[in-house]
Write a protein that binds this ligand. Sequence first.
Ligand code: NAD
Ligand code: MG
Length: 398
Amino acid sequence: TGQSTRKRVSVLGATGSIGENTLDLIARNPGCAEIVALTANTNAARLAELALQHDAEMAVIGDPDQYQTLKDALAGTKIAVAAGEGAVVEAARAPTDWVMAAIVGAAGLRPAFAAAEQGLALALANKECLVSAGEAFLRAVEAGGSTLLPVDSEHSAAQQAMQGHPQDAIERILLTASGGPFREWTLEQLRQARPEQALKHPNWEMGQKITIDSATLMNKGLELIEAYYLFPVEKAQLGVVVHPQSIVHCLVEYCDGSVLAQMGAPDMRTPIAFALAWPERMCAPTERLDLARIGQLTFEAPDATRFPALRLAHEAMEAGGSAPTVLNAANEIAVAAFLNKRIGFMGIPALIARTLDRAAGEIGTAAPETLDEVLATDQQARQLAQDLLPEVMRAEAG
Ligand code: NAD
Ligand code: MG
């Protein structure tokens, strides 16, 4: 159902986990979409395969060094080829009905803004965009006349549990968190946690960066800020509950005491399908829930001592201004430093905390108002985090 309207679709970050899942869903529903632009950063071979499979109009690679590889792979086809950061932004501007913004991190800011300005349905997986650019991004969406469709399981769940209900009756939105691979680890164990251990998520198959964010619980922190910008609630109305089975994705509480939860197997093709078919529904080949087999759904409070990243994100949301931009930038530097084994697992929140402390004086606390101001603040915060990295490394060594 819902395939009567053939949408013109672009996928930014086509070779990533979300991009691949989006294209998988499209491949399984022939006729639901016509592919305009596909973009990737470095994997030209996979990008070319996807472009051929989906008969895309254009394939764009971020890394200019990969241009020749992409060009050769698509020689003799009608698929247009381009490379470079600017070309990715241009691809985001190609006329379409629906764009999946699934580039990871602040690298996705410019393309997401470019798409938002076109007046289309913008499926936003790139949560860092809302965290880093907040109000500026919402203004771009509004000015462009676009519709934001969250592609995060929790926010898709909230959107579904809010459909058809009066917004002023919402009392609370509770995001669920799996707790990640280290949910039961002690602080001492967490200090020794290695990247290959953090990269093993119990429930979800995702890109590296979000998998590390899930292990620190920064992912849930980013999602709190994402929810704040997406939904008509005050900061105090947002909460987090740990739910290790990842079956209930979000709970929306109403003023009459009714709580609406959305459930589903942990498979991103469900929230992607919701966004792709919106306002209709389409079929997704995900595992159906067998609650009798699952047996138990459990819930517990998150532990801010072992997972300080959640508290840091909460504080940045409360502080507002430049704090969420700084938080996101520092987190990206910290995650990369952890993956490169320069800092330990607990060094991630330590570096973010130091960067946030120093940023107030060095960068200022005012909210960046435009995309260029967001990018400038993001750049300054990255530099500051890089400068503070040796301090964290010394603290860990001593
Ligand atoms: P991923 O690492 O698997 O894929 C990232 C994609 O972005 C790739 O196609 C890559 O080529 C592209 N990319 C990376 N850097 C780029 C750059 N500098 N310029 C242009 N393109 C670049 O990541 P993912 O897991 O698919 O996550 C994508 C986004 O979706 C993230 O913001 C993540 O938080 C969000 N998200 C992911 C999931 C999930 O299940 N994977 C769930 C919820 C939200
Ligand atoms: Mg999520």
